[in-house]
Design a protein around this ligand. Structure first.
Ligand SMILES: C[S@@+](CC[C@H](N)C(=O)[O-])C[C@H]1O[C@@H](n2cnc3c(N)ncnc32)[C@H](O)[C@@H]1O
Length: 363
């Protein structure tokens, strides 16, 4: 019986420079790094109502100057590079304070920048002093190990996540808040730099396969681990602070893996087409059964020939989905739900069941 290595799906507490030395070469399919930004924040920031804003002002973000920060950056990037498989990619996130230094060092080390992604924050923190523009974005650099390296990019998956249009390099994602934000005993933010799960969702689904291993050397609250687990990937998390490491362990342990075509990379592997009429013919759907949209509204009914009808002429599920969403095209497998045992479940689940029952073959 094969057992997983002890570092897999574990939060390792320690300095990433030391911990990485103890890991085997080429163990990671992806690196996501959210390092200290060296923000050089001084004094306090106040909101217009006089309350104090808690940004990143922690000891872990302090360095003696650019030379020290650059040496640290080279050291951890070198550690990551050794752990990356040949076709692995590395994502690093930063802001105007550090991203240019990171980009230059990455290129000097032989990494090949594939994209710079703008994380645009619709709910960014204002510039309280009114002395500059509001800083409303951060930048992610996505890199292959070298110019000639092969790498994974799940083009169709990202296109599907972008509503059927080619995914772009600007991502609108709100800051992490509400139930997603980890709190301390007093109800304040546990960590000043917790990233939104949607950001990691895009990163992981764009550049890994199911069961792939994601290394995060600056694990913080474990956002990377939570999303890796949700999507059926493995992770290696390294975090120096004991309290953050423990919070991350608890957070990740509470996550259940969810299987779907998006998570399981079905869009990339070209599964055989399943016609709707096969689901009706083989009893997975009833003639006349209602299909529901995402809000739970009964939107149309299924016909014997596997079309759907809302009172007008029967059309395909995709045409009906496009009409409901007011688009020129849409994916009905994604939009519609069916009622099973009192709950609404995705129509896509029936398609997956049909494929499993039919050995993945054609209908
Ligand atoms: C920007 S935060 C990461 C936040 C994380 N992405 C999240 O969503 O919670 C950087 C983290 O790196 C940790 N850290 C800083 N230097 C480190 C080092 N040398 N080794 C390991 N962790 C380190 C800090 O304690 C901090 O939690």
């Amino acid at each position: 019986m094969s057992t997983s290595p002890p570092y897999l799906d574990a939060v390792i507490q320690g300095d990433c420079l030391e911990v990485m030395q103890g890991l085997p070469a080429a163990c990671a399919d992806l690196v996501f790094a959210d390092p200290p930004y060296f923000m050089q924040t001084e004094g306090f920031l106040f909101r217009s109502d006089g309350s104090r804003f808690s940004g990143v002002d922690d000891a872990w973000d302090k360095f003696g100057g650019f030379a020290e920060y650059d040496a640290f950056t080279r050291a951890w990037l070198g550690g990551c590079r050794r752990l990356m498989k040949e076709d692995a990619t590395l994502w690093v996130i930063g802001s105007f304070q550090n991203i240019y230094r990171l980009g230059s060092i990455l290129q000097d080390m032989g990494f090949w920048i594939l994209n710079d992604i703008i994380w645009s924050k619709p709910n960014a923190v204002p510039n309280f002093g009114g002395t500059r523009f509001q800083n409303a974005h951060e930048t992610l650099l996505w890199c292959a190990r070298s110019r000639d390296a092969r790498y994974i990019f799940n083009y169709k998956t990202m296109k599907r996540l972008n509503g059927g249009r080619q995914a772009r390099s600007v991502w609108d994602i709100t800051l992490c808040k509400g139930g997603e934000r980890l709190k301390d005993g007093q109800g304040a933010k546990l960590h000043p730099a917790q990233k939104p799960e949607k950001l990691l969702y895009n990163v992981i689904l764009a550049s890994t396969r199911p069961e792939g291993v994601v290394l995060d050397p600056f694990f913080g609250t474990g956002t990377t681990g939570a999303v890796a687990r949700l999507t059926g990937r493995h992770f290696i998390g390294i975090e120096r602070d004991a309290a953050y490491a423990e919070a991350a362990r608890q957070r990740v342990a509470a996550v259940q893996t969810v299987h779907s075509d998006i998570h399981d990379q079905a869009l990339e592997t070209r599964l055989p087409r399943v016609p709707m009429r096969a689901l009706v013919r083989d009893g997975y759907l009833e003639n006349g059964e209602s299909l529901y949209d995402r809000s739970g509204r009964a939107a149309c009914t299924v016909t014997e020939r596997g079309l759907v009808c809302d009172g007008g002429a029967p059309v395909s599920i995709h045409r009906m989905a496009a009409m409901i969403l007011g688009r020129s095209n849409a994916n009905g497998w994604d939009l519609f739900r069916v009622r099973r045992d009192g709950a609404l479940v995705p129509l896509d689940l029936l398609r997956r069941r049909w494929r499993e029952d039919h050995g993945g073959g054609r209908g």
